[in-house]
Ligand binder design. Structure first.
Ligand code: CU
Length: 352
């Protein structure tokens, strides 16, 4: 059963329709009656694995650093785990595991109570281990700057304890899609798709987020998508991505909150193909096949936020979230995700 990423990719249209409805109701635009959502509490921001999930008050600036690690180990075809030996009956080479580490620097600034601007710069390192049918093994590595993201987040609705905002972002193709490394095929070979650092295309990033809170609890939901525009310089387009996530958090005292989150993600196969990874290459290693990249995954994630406050609007927040997949369906053979961890530090200086 595939979740059909095409359906999830339709979310942005639905989100824009909801946004239009909310925005067409002038009574929903809160102005002048103060700030209704409390961000000066540990769960005033969502679990750290969620992006673009909060906005800021007029004049506020926030800087953030995130570290993310995703560990993939073993292959899957559909929802069935398969051994390396299984993969090697069909391919000369199989990936056995991959680790992706990402450092992400971010800044947010609110122009006014309705519009917050956001920019993020990722630095990525990817390591992939392989075994060959002949019994050899090798590792490839790629690292560098990924795709820079620029977004505007727009408040649509605010009532005591409830807030909705939409986001419109662009992913700029600053990440390399020409990463190379030594492989058994020779020195300095073009690395397959999952080892590249960027999409190579300008991608549109729509989001729609709802946040709710009471005295001790908070919760939220977010739909988001990555929609690729055109072909990149290597003549292919990564699949679109649809995400839906919802979470709940409970305050444990003034400074700590604990959260649980469910995240569902669906992503498509690659359209076109890198001319340096032609069909014969795709029959050697599954990572070079544009039709073995799509998949669906549902993660369960647990997180903790810790607030170090100095004043009402300024402060530090530390957060960690660990995610485990509970469902995966991959157009395989494809490496499966074993666990993810996100760590974040957010700093809001005193507003003048
Ligand atoms: Cu922020």
């Amino acid at each position: 059963m595939r979740l059909q990423y095409q359906n999830i990719a339709r979310l942005p249209a639905i989100m824009l329709a909801i946004a239009a409805i909310l925005n067409s109701n002038p009574a929903s635009a809160d102005s002048g009656s103060g700030h209704l959502m409390h961000t000066d509490r540990p769960d005033g921001h969502a679990p750290i694995g969620v992006m673009a999930e909060h906005i800021h008050r007029e004049g506020e600036t926030m800087f953030s650093y995130r570290f993310m690690h995703m560990a993939m180990d073993g292959n899957r075809n559909g929802s069935t785990r398969i051994t390396d030996a299984n993969v090697l009956t069909e391919f000369m080479i199989t990936p056995t595991q991959m680790d992706m580490q990402m450092h992400m620097l971010g800044a947010m600034h609110s122009v006014n109570d309705r519009l917050t601007l956001m920019g993020m710069v990722p630095v990525v390192q990817i390591d992939m281990d392989h075994v060959t049918r002949a019994g050899g093994s090798f590792t490839t590595r790629a690292s560098g700057v990924g795709d820079v993201q620029l977004s505007g987040l727009f408040k649509l609705f605010e009532r005591p304890g409830h807030q909705v905002h939409s986001g419109f972002g662009v992913s700029v193709p600053t990440g390399s899609i020409d990463k190379r490394d030594d492989t058994p095929a020779g020195p300095d070979q073009k690395l397959p798709y999952p080892m590249q650092l960027g999409s190579g295309t300008y991608d549109v990033l729509p989001t729609l987020t709802y946040n709710g809170q009471t005295m001790h609890w908070s919760w939220g939901a977010q739909a988001s998508a990555v929609l690729r525009v055109g072909h990149n310089d290597e003549n292919y387009t990564l699949g679109d991505v649809g995400n839906f996530t919802f979470w709940g958090a409970r305050r444990i005292g003034e400074r700590v909150s604990a959260s649980l989150r469910v995240g569902a993600k669906s992503w498509g196969n690659i359209d076109g193909a890198d001319p340096e990874l032609p069909a014969p290459t795709a029959m050697i290693v599954p990572t070079a096949d544009p039709n073995r990249r799509g998949g669906d995954r549902i993660d369960l994630a647990a997180g903790i936020n810790v607030l170090g406050t100095h004043g009402k609007t300024a402060g530090h927040r530390l957060a960690i979230e660990v995610g485990l997949p509970v469902y995966q369906h991959l157009d395989g053979p494809q490496l499966e995700t074993d666990w993810t961890v996100s760590f974040g530090w957010q700093f809001t200086p005193e507003t003048r």
